[in-house]
Design a binder for this molecule. Sequence first.
Ligand code: ADP
Ligand code: MG
Length: 303
Amino acid sequence: MSIQVNAVTKTYGTQLALNNISFELNAGEVVGFLGPNGAGKSTMMKIITCYIPPTIGTVNVCGFDVMDNSIAVKRLVGYLPEHNPLYLDMYVKEYLEFTAGMYGINKALPKLVASLIDRVGLGVEQHKKIGQLSKGYRQRVGLAQAMIHDPKVLILDEPTTGLDPNQIVDIRNLIKEIGKEKTVMLSSHIMQEVEAICNRVIIINNGQIVANDNAQNLARNVTYRQVVVVEFDKSTSNEQLKKLEGVGVVENIKPNVYKLFSTSDDDLRVTLFNYAVANSLTILAQHLDEQSLEQVFQKLTRK
Ligand code: ADP
Ligand code: MG
């Protein structure tokens, strides 16, 4: 187990930011921590990285408690905070050597920094001051900084926020690469992002976990597993369609075209084929639509 969060509650004064949260991350997983602004994502990440203590509950990283063994935890965890604070007047290499120094690394520093610069694709920009870099390259510096002590676990707080679309793709690919070797927890309010990068998604809202599953299951498990749009050669009755196994909602979206929402595991298209045969209808087209994670996210986090 890489990260174990047990019944964590966090309050800032009277403000409740996390409300009795529990979850686990296994070694090697890349998990998305998804939620709207103010959900409590950064708060959770600051607790895991020992920046702030939980009010109630415990957090373990690779078996070490964040309160009792914070030095051990910091050795194991790399952290890219939200907004990626960097020293803009420092040169890229200078900054990375400085960060290494904070972790007590002094052996073979130039070699270590060079390999990290290569790893995160900073090569062409490596001689610049951080202040001269674009946001995408600053993010690469942030990732290099987070990995300087070769941590087992990486905590990345909204790593692609504020980047342009090309930079987003680059950073996502980089995170996927890194995820092959390390346990990664990344937060985001963009569902496509976690869908693209993560094996598993934890959705939080108002300081509580509202879903914890892989992206496909999540999309399927929220009420309706299947949405099928079917076109017959003539019209049929909504009421009759609604009686089909698992069908909860039927919308007549165009003449002879129906949208059906089903909670059943059986392929609704087969059921519809049999229905058409029994009712002397011909199916001109039918299409199975799985719900996107975005729709799931909205359902779960809308008040
Ligand atoms: P997210 O990262 O999901 O946007 P945060 O963890 O930053 O959410 O915030 C969760 C809640 O806690 C929000 O309502 C926020 O206003 C509040 N909060 C965060 N940090 C502080 C703080 N230092 N003092 C008071 N309230 C805070
Ligand atoms: Mg945040």
